[in-house]
Design a protein around this ligand. Sequence first.
Ligand code: AMP
Ligand code: GLY
Length: 420
Amino acid sequence: MKVLVVGGGGREHAICWKLAQSPKVTELYCAPGNGGIGQVAACVPIGATDIEGMVRWAKENAMDFVVVAPDDPLALGMVDALEAAGIRAFGPRANAAIIEASKAFSKELMAKYHIPTAKYRTFTEEQAALDYIDAQGAPIVVKADGLALGKGVTVATTVEEARQAVREMMEDGKFGASGSTVVIEECMTGPEVTVLAFADGETVVPMLSSQDHKRAYDGNQGPNTGGMGAFCPSPNYTPEIARRCEETIFRPTLAAMKAEGRPFNGVIYFGLMLTPDGPKVVEYNARFGDPETQPLLSMLDTDLMDIFEACVDGTLGQMDIRWKDGAACCLVLASGGYPLSYQKGYPISGLEQVPEWATVFHAGTKLSNGVYTTNGGRVLGVTATGDNLNQAVARAYEAASPIRWTDMHYRTDIGKVWVD
Ligand code: AMP
Ligand code: GLY
């Protein structure tokens, strides 16, 4: 099969790395890809949100299957456009990707189908939002409705902080149109766990549980990022909690989407909080998480191409998906200054000294004259497996130790703050 993966980060490198191991995949392409993805797939210079360009290229080059990984092209309807052109595509259609693209939609869905989540109200008028905050008091959570690169959420500890967040979104247009509607939520407490699941519109099959680290600095300090590291499985996710999540969240969500005429095919990401009242949904994403995908796919034994086809064909219920025992950890090496301002273009040294038992997924690199240089905020995701979480974490740090570039930054506590 000729397969195209859309996207160009660490998640897409992990997807390509796993697909390249499938005997079914004879030709593998990635658009736009990045320096490191070039090790396993041919990179095609088409932007991930260029729907027309992508469909045209896929058609002209007779792709048998396209995997759409990032949120933007999913929300823009890339899967719909590929299907309309007669190309099989993995990922939700736009009418299902809305579960991530609009928090107002996902909150209404959960309310209608009694899926546990934080109490909330949606506002399109600033004064009403401010009055509600005054009435509720702090702590309280303010969210931009639309996609905001994971940065549209303020967990406010004071009323003033919450009011400020509303003003930035609704008055100053900090997140553009994404912030013209805001969702204001009750603040939940408890450990966070993420569960990604494969879905074929009807059946939902959870992967191992996982956790990422969103803050830039050690001890969960500093600004929110796309994720500074991740590991799987999560020690917080016991078999009893898993059973409750399946019964009260995973299966009801798939059934709700189907009942709404928006069947969900692809990967659905459940961001969960294990509150004193049981597991509740913090957020849904309509795609693989980044960097959660890097450790997860490192633990997957089953052929990923088989799973993708089953999700598209509606045959997931007949599949036996297998995972390795033990644990995996991905340590993100980032540019100094990320997620604020940072320099690109530094040569990366030490890659050839990384032990062969680890995998270096490239998130933002360029290959120029045989040398990898930095080309983004998150640059590399060094990923290792182990018999248990502690060993996987230690091995990820050990494998990353030879890698250097000017101002390289990483957290030293990945996998160690899972109880917070
Ligand atoms: P989100 O982008 O919706 O996942 O939110 C980002 C982060 O904000 C989450 O990972 C949580 O740590 C926190 N968060 C979001 N909603 C709530 C809530 N209702 N209560 C407490 N924390 C929250
Ligand atoms: N790591 C969080 C996300 O992909 O949304």
